[in-house]
Design a binder for this molecule. Structure first.
Ligand code: AMP
Length: 249
C-alpha cells in the first residue's frame, strides 16, 4: 500500500507572529518557515507504518511556492521516498488544496492519505474533510492512534469527552492530532541523501483546478495584550478577589 502525505510550508511555530500594518495578513518577509507541525506528525506516522510493513511507499505532496521544495526535502530527509511539488505563488484555500490533492490521489492511487488536522497559519481544519468528501472515501479525523488491518483501519480519535475508536474501510483519509506520535529528526546523512530523492513538479492547472480565492480577509488583528498580575497579602484577599472581581467563585 502506498501512503500519500500532505505537507504545508507555514511560519515556524516558534516565530512571534507580527500582523502587517495594513491588517491584510501576517508578515512573511524574512520570517522562518517550516513544515506544519501536524504534517511532521503525518510523515512520522506514514514512516512508522512503512517500517511496520503496512506500507510500501511514502509519497509527500505540497502545494505552494518554489520554496516549498525545502519542506518536501525535510520530509524526504525524515524518510519519505518521493515528493511532488504543485507549484503556485497564489494563496491556496483548503477547497482548492483538496481538489489538487484529489488529482494527485487519482494519479498515485494511494491506499491511505494522511493530512494534518490543521495548518497553523490559517487554522482552517478543512482540507482532510473536504478531500474525503471529494473522493467519496471514509475519514478518521483527529487521530491519536492508527492501526492498519486487512482492507480497513482502526482510528482512535481525540474527541471532547475523551477518545473514540472507529473502524473505517480503506482507502481512507486520516487527519493527525498532536498526540499521535513524536516526529523524528532528520540525521545529517539523511539530509544529504534527501537531496537526490525524486521530486516531481506540477502546477494546479495540471489538475484542472481553479485556485481563485473564494474568501476575502476583512482584517487580521493581534490578540489583546495580557494584563499585569498583582500580589495579594492573604488567602482571604485572594478568595475575595476571585469571588468579587474575577467572578470565578
Ligand atoms: P487546513 O485545512 O488549512 O487547516 O489544513 C489542514 C492540513 O491540510 C494541513 O495540515 C496539511 O496537511 C494540508 N494542507 C493544507 N494546505 C496545504 C498545502 N498548501 N500544501 C500541502 N498540504 C496542505
Amino acid at each position: 500500500m502506498k501512503i500519500l502525505v500532505t505537507v504545508k510550508r507555514v511560519v515556524d511555530y516558534n516565530v512571534k507572529i507580527r500582523v502587517k500594518t495594513d491588517g491584510s495578513g501576517v508578515e512573511l518577509t524574512n520570517v522562518k518557515m517550516s513544515m506544519n507541525p501536524f504534517d511532521e506528525i503525518s510523515v512520522e506516522e506514514a514512516l512508522r507504518l512503512k517500517e511496520a510493513g503496512k506500507a510500501s511507499e511514502v509519497v509527500v505532496v505540497s502545494i505552494g511556492p518554489a520554496k516549498a521544495e525545502e519542506t518536501l526535502r525535510t520530509a524526504l530527509a525524515m524518510g519519505a521516498d518521493r515528493a511532488i511539488l504543485v507549484e503556485t505563488d497564489d494563496v491556496i484555500e483548503p477547497l482548492a488544496v483538496a481538489k489538487i490533492v484529489k488529482g494527485v490521489v487519482e494519479a498515485e492511487q494511494p491506499g491511505l492519505v494522511i493530512v494534518g488536522k490543521q495548518a497553523i497559519d490559517d487554522d482552517s481544519n478543512q482540507t482532510g474533510q473536504m478531500l474525503s468528501a471529494l473522493l467519496g472515501w471514509a475519514q478518521g479525523t483527529f487521530a491519536s492512534k492508527v492501526e492498519i488491518g486487512d482492507g480497513k483501519a482502526q482510528v482512535t480519535r481525540e474527541v471532547d469527552g475523551g477518545l473514540q475508536t472507529i473502524e473505517i474501510k480503506l482507502p481512507a483519509v486520516v487527519t493527525t492530532d498532536l498526540r499521535l506520535n513524536e516526529p523524528r529528526y532528520a540525521s545529517l546523512p539523511n539530509i544529504m541523501k534527501a537531496k537526490k530523492k525524486p521530486l516531481d513538479k506540477k502546477t494546479p492547472a495540471d489538475f484542472g483546478v481553479d485556485t481563485t480565492p473564494r474568501l476575502k480577509v476583512l482584517k487580521t488583528e493581534e490578540p489583546g495584550g495580557r494584563k499585569a498580575g498583582i500580589k495579594v497579602k492573604s488567602v482571604a484577599e485572594l478568595v475575595d478577589k476571585l469571588k468579587n472581581e474575577a467572578g470565578l467563585l
